[in-house]
Design a protein around this ligand. Structure first.
Ligand SMILES: [Zn+2]
Length: 95
C-alpha cells in the first residue's frame, strides 16, 4: 500500500507546485497598470488552460483534445494538462 501513499503525495505536490507557479507568475509578470488585458495582436490569441497565459496560436504548443485544438504557452503546460486529466480519471477515448 506504500505506492498509494506515494501517488497521493505526488499528486498533492503537483497541485501545490502548480498553485505556487501560478501565484509567482501573477506576481512577477502581472502588469500593475494594465488590467490583465490580453495583448492585441494581428494573430489569434488563445488562453492557456493551465496557467492562464494568452498565447498566439502561431507560436503556441498545440494539443488535440476531444476534437478541438488546445493552445499552451509551453510543452510543460501541455504535459501538466495531460497529467491533470489522466490523474482525474476523465481521460477520453483516443480515436
Ligand atoms: Zn502555460
Amino acid at each position: 500500500m506504500i505506492w498509494l501513499l506515494r501517488f497521493t503525495a505526488l499528486v498533492a505536490a503537483f497541485y501545490l507546485l502548480r498553485e505556487l507557479v501560478r501565484w509567482a507568475w501573477r506576481h512577477l509578470f502581472a502588469e500593475p497598470a494594465g488590467r490583465a488585458q490580453p495583448p492585441v495582436r494581428r494573430g489569434t490569441v488563445r488562453r492557456d488552460p493551465v496557467c492562464g497565459t494568452y498565447v498566439d496560436v502561431e507560436v503556441s504548443v498545440q494539443a488535440q483534445e476531444g476534437g478541438e485544438v488546445l493552445h499552451f504557452c509551453s510543452a510543460r503546460c501541455r504535459d501538466a494538462y495531460h497529467a491533470q486529466h489522466a490523474a482525474s480519471g476523465s481521460a477520453s477515448t483516443v480515436h
